[in-house]
Design a protein around this ligand. Structure first.
Ligand SMILES: [Zn+2]
Ligand SMILES: [Zn+2]
Length: 73
C-alpha cells in the first residue's frame, strides 16, 4: 500500500479514518458583513456586494468529507 506523506504539519488530527476528510476554507465578506460561509474555491467575490475577497475578510476552515467536496473546473 503506497503511503503518501502528509504535507500538513502541526495539525492535531493524525489518526487515519476510513473516510477521508479535507479542510475547506470559507470566508465572510468584510465589506457588507451579511454574507458568510462563502467557498473560497467557488465564490471569489461576495454575491451581495461584489466585494472581492481581500486580506481583511475573515476566514474559517471546516472539515468535510472528501466525497462531499464540490469539484468544479
Ligand atoms: Zn459583501
Ligand atoms: Zn474583504
Amino acid at each position: 500500500m503506497p503511503q503518501h506523506d502528509s504535507h500538513h504539519s502541526g495539525h492535531s488530527h493524525s489518526r487515519k479514518k476510513k473516510e477521508e476528510y479535507v479542510w475547506e476554507w470559507f470566508w465572510s465578506c468584510c465589506n457588507c458583513g451579511s454574507h458568510a460561509g462563502l467557498s473560497t474555491t467557488i465564490l471569489l467575490a461576495c454575491p451581495g456586494c461584489d466585494h472581492i475577497r481581500c486580506e481583511y475578510c475573515p476566514m474559517e476552515s471546516a472539515q468535510i468529507l472528501k466525497s462531499q467536496l464540490v469539484t468544479r473546473k
